[in-house]
Write a protein that binds this ligand. Structure first.
Ligand SMILES: Nc1ncnc2c1ncn2[C@@H]1O[C@H](COP(=O)(O)OP(=O)(O)OP(=O)(O)O)[C@@H](O)[C@H]1O
Length: 237
């Protein structure tokens, strides 16, 4: 079953063509990586998937619906961890979890999600007093508290220490095992190689390579996704 269908997506900010004719599909249960340099159009693309931005042209279908028109209905099935989702400084961790859980018709038990993400010990802390890594973990937990079928994670482990990164990978593995579809925007090639079934490499608003990490390393004659990515980046110069 196809969960996401994007066909010839265009989105410009003034004269800046941030997304310039992007097409891809994501199947149910797949973990799909969105890779590319800064400013390549990754966030704009996933914002169009989440209904946060309206495309200029092209088709975006998520669960066979237009996210720009059906945002409320899709929100029940979608968990989004965005790069810049700040919360009020005085909001406590447990309050944030309870508040987000209340937005869903059938949320997971927020206390269990809190424990799973190791946020129990800081449940009474205010958002403004958390470390960068703790904020990141809370944003992830908030994206998952609704028990979503599709999760969009923008820079999943940015700001996490190596131990927390690995723990997060394990938790994403659990999501995959449960059949959740994951879209993962990342600058970390080791992470994409470990977690993603397929990746799309974005450059200047277009997809320049799409395939499994193994296909991309095979195509470029390299031994890791990181080296494949660098070879592809070199090709585009
Ligand atoms: N709200 C906005 N208004 C104007 N220009 C924007 C806006 N958001 C993004 N852009 C521009 O659109 C282009 C694509 O940005 P986008 O954030 O989608 O890229 P990205 O691949 O996610 O980058 P990064 O890896 O740095 O997060 C960039 O040139 C960026 O400056």
């Amino acid at each position: 079953m196809t969960v996401i269908e994007v066909e010839d997506l265009h989105k410009a900010y003034g004269h800046n063509r941030a997304v310039d004719g992007v097409s891809f599909t994501v199947a149910k249960g797949e973990t799909f990586g969105v890779l590319g340099h800064n400013g390549a159009g990754k966030t704009t693309t996933v914002e169009c998937l989440s209904g946060l931005r309206r495309p200029d042209s092209g088709t975006v279908r998520v669960f066979d619906q237009d996210p720009a028109r059906r945002r409320r209905a899709l929100a029940q099935r979608l968990g989004v961890q965005l790069q810049e989702g700040e919360l009020p400084d005085r909001l406590k961790v447990a309050e944030a979890m309870r508040l987000f859980a209340a937005l869903y018709d059938r949320p997971d038990d927020w206390r269990a999600v809190l424990q799973r993400w190791d946020l129990g010990p800081i449940a009474a802390k205010a958002y403004g007093d958390l470390s960068g890594g703790q904020k990141q973990r809370l944003k992830l937990a908030l994206a998952l508290v609704g028990g979503p079928e599709l999760v969009v994670l923008d820079e999943l482990t940015t700001g996490l220490d190596p131990v927390a990164r690995r723990e997060t990978w394990t938790l994403i593995g659990d999501l995959k095992a449960a059949g959740t579809t994951v879209v993962l925007v990342s600058h970390y090639m080791d992470e994409a190689e470990e977690l993603c079934d397929r990746v799309a490499v974005f450059r200047k608003g277009r997809i320049v390579a799409l395939g499994s990490p193994r296909e991309l390393t095979g195509r470029t004659g390299t031994d890791s996704l990181e080296n494949a990515y660098l070879a592809l980046a070199e090709e585009g110069r």
